[in-house]
Write a protein that binds this ligand. Structure first.
Ligand SMILES: [Zn+2]
Length: 101
């Protein structure tokens, strides 16, 4: 077991867990039902933690979390500066005239 992610918001942590599950990586949430006690256990234990079950998934899991949560790709649509066509945020080139974003 390895800790992969820490966040104070349970919704964010569970979305991370779901993203990993979609990629066939088993994980579990720790600290979900414990009462924060910063004075006794240190500040880190006040945050919820996501742990992966299999250590060999760690590299893959951290890449996924990095891409999906820490540094998500922009998904806002963009307008082509050449032909003015609106493009999906995941496109790097205009679908109509192939001009680079
Ligand atoms: Zn264009």
């Amino acid at each position: 077991m390895k800790r992969i992610y820490t966040h104070e918001n349970v919704a964010v942590l569970h979305s991370a867990k779901n993203i990993l599950a979609l990629n066939d990586i088993e994980s579990l949430v720790k600290n979900e039902h414990t009462i924060p006690n910063g004075a006794r256990h240190g500040i880190e234990n006040m945050f919820l933690q996501l742990w992966i079950i299999n250590d060999q998934d760690f590299a893959k899991a951290s890449t996924i979390i990095e891409e999906q949560l820490t540094n998500p790709k922009p998904t806002k649509p963009w307008a082509c500066h050449k032909c003015d066509e609106e493009n999906d945020g995941s496109f790097d080139f205009c679908w109509k005239c192939q001009t680079e974003k």
